[in-house]
Design a protein around this ligand. Structure first.
Ligand SMILES: NC(=O)c1ccc[n+]([C@@H]2O[C@H](COP(=O)([O-])OP(=O)(O)OC[C@H]3O[C@@H](n4cnc5c(N)ncnc54)[C@H](O)[C@@H]3O)[C@@H](O)[C@H]2O)c1
Length: 443
């Protein structure tokens, strides 16, 4: 499905305000609103757009045709000109009233998203790295997330993440993601989401995708990418510990395993023994696609897990810091602080801090925002993942390194667009016919 028209006609005017019909077809003036777009004439005059504005009546450069390029509003046209005007009129009515073909509106289910991403860990990592690079290059728009919170359900929230991605992605959109932590007691995932993609040229929503898998996959790919680059100047950790054993932890493990991490020891700590056991059971199965040989240890505390791990992943739903002792990090692990609010300011201030976006990360009561309030400045933030990707920041091996990604909407849009393209390429895009009912401006 494309949003561009391709016709054997060339543009001759962008400014005509009305179109007189030739004799025989009546004379009717169309208001500027109807005919303020491009007029087209048959393409024997050559191809390619003509600059808008006065002077377009002149023959095309190098043109040999004697057929006049006639401004449609020209008065006193001769018979031949009238013919051309008639054709022009018909084309104009056809073209101007529907100047762009809005893409069909597709709905992509979670099952289809899952199929599109299954086994594509490396490709997804590449999509995410490219999105980070576009963001760092300034070729994105990523306003602050909007948090919808509820006085009657204080633990719940729904977050809107609008974003626009440039480069080859050229897609806008928004993720609308709910977090209802109480869901897990009912056995259903905490988070649910939809992702809307908008067409770059028309603005039309072109797809609604199930968003929770895309969100989890982009988060995990971002974590795996960061782990890889932050460990570039140190031995790759083989002892990996997860604080919080929910869906995001499972995805991060999957992306580490799926992108070549050889894990010898896996640690798990969860405030809920049942969740810790469930996650450990999952890690112990060969079906994880990961290291069947890795030993899995369920730790009795986050402190024990941190001491025993060289790569520590925080994926809890803690609202306030619960790890306060910076001495736990004396062995200089790399920490993926995905849940953003686990570490006390003392831990943050004792580490090399890498974020995805400084302004995003130092808000919404994250550990970094608490640290900023404590010291009154942001100098403890050493740089962004973009800085690491581009070699401007080389995280040292002799200090703890903490990566705190706020989770940028641009990642969702980039990965959502990837999924859309994969599904479309397989011919399995489910278009909702006539989703947009009014496709002519005046009906
Ligand atoms: N930064 C990002 O880009 C990003 C993206 C997606 C999700 N997240 C965050 O990741 C976190 C995990 O999401 P999820 O979907 O896996 O949630 P989940 O509810 O499935 O799992 C969270 C787990 O953490 C455990 N837990 C809660 N408090 C704990 C504590 N103090 N110590 C140890 N374990 C604790 C819970 O028992 C639960 O098993 C959430 O905070 C979410 O907001 C971040």
């Amino acid at each position: 499905m494309t949003s561009h028209l391709s016709f054997p006609f060339r543009v001759v005017d962008t400014t005509a305000a009305y179109l007189p019909l030739p004799t025989g077809l009546g004379h009717k003036r169309y208001g500027q609103g109807v005919l303020s777009g491009y007029f087209f004439v048959l393409g024997q005059h050559g191809s390619g757009p003509v600059s808008p504005g006065p002077g377009n009546e002149a023959p095309a450069e190098g043109g040999t045709s004697q057929r006049p390029r006639t401004r449609a509003s020209a008065a006193g046209a001769n018979a031949k000109g009238a013919d051309v005007a008639a054709i022009t009129y018909l084309l104009s009515v056809f073209l101007v009233l529907e100047p762009e073909t809005a893409p069909g509106f597709a709905v992509i289910s979670g099952a289809a998203v899952h199929r599109a991403l299954e086994g594509r860990h490396t490709e997804v990592l590449n999509v995410i790295e490219a999105a980070y690079r576009l963001h760092g290059d300034g070729d994105t728009v990523n306003p602050p997330s909007y948090f919808l919170e509820f006085p009657d359900r204080p633990s719940a929230r729904i977050i809107a993440l609008p974003a626009s991605v440039g480069g080859k992605v050229r897609t806008d959109g928004i993720k609308w993601i709910s977090s209802f932590p109480e869901n897990v007691t009912a056995g259903i995932p905490r988070a649910s989401a939809v992702l809307i993609l908008n067409d770059h040229d028309t603005g039309y929503p072109l797809a609604c995708l199930e968003g929770s898998i895309i969100s989890a996959a982009r988060t995990a790919a971002s974590a795996a990418l960061a782990a890889d680059r932050l460990c570039a100047d140190r031995p790759r950790p083989a002892r990996i510990g997860f604080v919080g054993g929910g869906l995001i932890a499972r995805f991060i493990h999957s992306y580490l395993a799926g992108t070549g991490w050889l894990i010898e020891e896996l640690g798990v700590y969860d405030i809920s023994e049942a969740h810790a056991a469930g996650f450990a059971g999952y890690l112990g199965t060969a079906g994880t696609g990961g290291p069947a040989a890795a030993t899995v240890t369920v730790h009795r505390s986050a402190a024990d897990l941190i001491r025993a791990s060289d790569l520590v992943v925080f994926a809890t739903v803690a609202a306030v810091p619960h790890v306060t002792d910076r001495d736990l990090f004396r062995h200089n692990p790399v920490v993926l602080h995905i849940s953003l609010r686990d570490l006390a300011p003392a831990v943050i201030l004792g580490a090399v801090n890498v974020v995805d976006d400084v302004d995003h990360c130092l808000r919404a009561r994250t550990s970094l925002e608490l640290a900023e309030h404590e010291v009154g400045n942001r100098s403890f933030v050493d740089g962004t993942l973009y800085d690491v990707l581009t070699g401007r920041l080389r995280p040292p091996a002799d200090r703890p390194v903490v990566f705190s990604p706020f989770g940028l909407g641009v990642l969702d849009i980039a990965l959502g667009r990837y999924v859309y393209d994969v599904v479309r390429a397989t011919g399995q895009l489910t278009i909702v016919d006539q989703f947009f009912h009014e496709m002519r401006r005046y009906g």
